[in-house]
Write a protein that binds this ligand. Structure first.
Ligand code: BDR
Ligand code: CA
Length: 305
């Protein structure tokens, strides 16, 4: 299996991504770290613990940054609900958070593991930026950083900015300039793979895990014509089946101030960077029907004990 660390702000689509990652035998989730984003970091941490307990897994959860590097924190409770995980009643979590902070826990796991690890980040990149600044010598232990975030075709937090980048643009800038092997799964691809109503209706029949996902997805406020985007889940699909997402090499600059704050600008005309230069592979296309079938099959793997 591929060893991964998940850095997230659950959040409904983050929760669905955690559910898939914890139950697919091809992934070995070494750690979950949390960050402020969709809701406060205390709430995203509680939600991560609820999911680990729901699936009866022993995966450590470490709490990360409560606020962006510089920008004022603004949540997305309007879309993800006040708790960040509405639509299903979870028991109070029994698992407890790690004694380590998110950054220390990531360093600890990377040190312990002989092989390289894939980092998957689906919230603001505040923890990742702190990690890059504190442990530059450890970046070679990360084979790939798979990000949900950004867009080269218009935003959702503003007309040009995607929410995760908009939440902490200064962190995103550090991440894109870090030299890490970055795959950017942004709105360009996530909005092409909506979960249809037909798919979400089917979830209700797929055991307790299906009921849980059906409940939270029904309560999710990110509504588009044709269905709901499961943005963060696409990072997990990509980690397992990179061949199903079409990628384009781009040099991405992050705007950190002004009305375009949070925009990820791809230098497609090579005005600012050499034609061969790129700092990210950007997802641009996906087969939505495949994603819907795959997602249902993932839920079938989630046998709750
Ligand atoms: C991203 O923003 C969050 O609200 C979602 O969880 C996802 O990570 C989509 O723009
Ligand atoms: Ca998220």
């Amino acid at each position: 299996p591929r060893s991964v660390i998940l850095d997230m702000d659950p959040g409904i689509d983050d929760a669905a991504a955690i559910a898939v990652a914890l139950n697919n035998p091809e992934l070995d989730v070494k750690l979950i770290t949390t960050v402020a984003g969709n809701v406060s970091v205390d709430k995203t941490t509680a939600n991560a613990l609820k999911l680990v307990d729901f699936f009866d897994k022993k995966v450590s959860v470490a709490k990360g940054a409560a606020a962006p590097l510089k920008k004022k924190f603004e949540d997305a409770a309007a879309i993800h609900g006040e708790t960040g995980l509405p639509g299903y009643t979870f028991p109070e979590p029994k698992s407890v958070i790690s004694d380590l902070t998110a950054v220390e826990a990531i360093a600890h796991v990377l040190k312990q593991n002989e092989q390289q690890i894939t980092l998957i980040a689906t919230g603001a990149y505040t923890n990742i930026a702190h990690f890059i600044l504190k442990y530059p010598e450890m970046l070679s232990k990360i084979d790939e950083l798979i990000l949900m975030g950004g867009s080269i075709s218009g935003g959702n937090a503003s007309s040009v900015a995607e929410f995760n980048i908009f939440t902490d643009p200064d962190a995103a800038k550090i991440v894109f300039e870090s030299g890490l092997n970055i795959t950017m799964i942004g709105l360009d691809v996530t909005l092409k793979a909506l979960i249809s109503k037909q798919t979400s209706d089917k979830l209700a029949e797929l055991g307790e895990a299906g009921k849980m996902l059906h409940g939270i997805i029904n309560a999710y406020g990110d509504i588009h014509e044709g269905g709901k985007p499961m943005h963060d889940v696409i990072t997990i699909l990509y980690a397992l089946h990179p061949e199903v997402i079409k990628l384009q090499k781009e040099y991405i600059d992050v705007v950190t101030e002004g009305p375009a704050i949070g925009a990820t600008v791809a230098d497609v005309l090579h005005r600012w960077h050499a034609a061969e230069a790129y700092n990210a592979k950007v997802g641009v296309d996906i087969d939505a029907a495949f994603f819907n079938d795959w997602f249902l099959n993932q839920v079938r793997l989630m046998n709750r004990r």
